[in-house]
Design a protein around this ligand. Sequence first.
Ligand code: TMP
Length: 203
Amino acid sequence: MSKKPIIVFEGIEGSGKSHHISKVSKYLKERNINHIKIREPGGNVNSEKIRKLILNNKSDFSQNTDLLLYMAARSENIDLIKKSYKKKVILIDRFIDSTIAYQHYGMGIDVNLIKTLNKFLLKNIKVDFTFLNIVNNKNLYERLKKRKSLNRYDRFNMTFYNKVQNGFIKLSRSKKDNYELINSNLDIKNNEKLILSKIDKLI
Ligand code: TMP
C-alpha cells in the first residue's frame, strides 16, 4: 500500500465519520504529515456549489438527477485528488462507496451504471483504505434530532438509512482487507484510538 494513501471515511448520518476525519487531520498536522482533507459532495469551489444545490431543502430533483449531480461534484474534485495522489495523504469524507450505498442500495439505481461512472471519473485512482462508521437506529435518531439544521438528505426514514447502512456493510465484506468497521455506538475516545493506531500503520 502507498505510504501516501487515500483514506476514506464512510457511514450514514450520525455515524461520527466527520468527527473522526477531523481528528485524523489534526493528528497528521501535529506530525507535519502533508495531507489534504476533502468531503463529498463538496471539495473544490465548484463541487461545493453542487453540494449546496443537491442538499438544499428546496431542491426537488429525481433520484437519477441526484446521481448525476453527485457524479458532477466528484468530477470537479478529481483534479484536486490527482494533484495530491501519491504525493500527500488524502483524507476523504465520503467517496465512491457512498454512491453505491445511497443511490444503489438505498434508491435502487443500477449498480453497474454507478460503477461505470465512477471508473470513468477515477481512471487509475484507487482508494487504499476505508473506515466504515456504523450507528444503531436509536443513536442515529438522537444525533439527527440534535442537529441545528437538517438538509435534504437528513430527512429520510429509518428504513432507508437501514438499507444504506446494510449496503455499506455488504461493500465492506467484499473488500475486507481494505475496510475497518468502527462501531460508533461504543466509546468515542476508544474509537479515536483505534483509528489513529490504524492510521499509524497506513502512513
Ligand atoms: P454529508 O452530510 O455526510 O456531507 O453527506 C451529504 C449527503 O449526501 C449524505 O446524506 C449522503 C449523500 N451522498 C449520496 O447520496 N451519494 C454520494 O455519492 C455522496 C458522496 C453523498
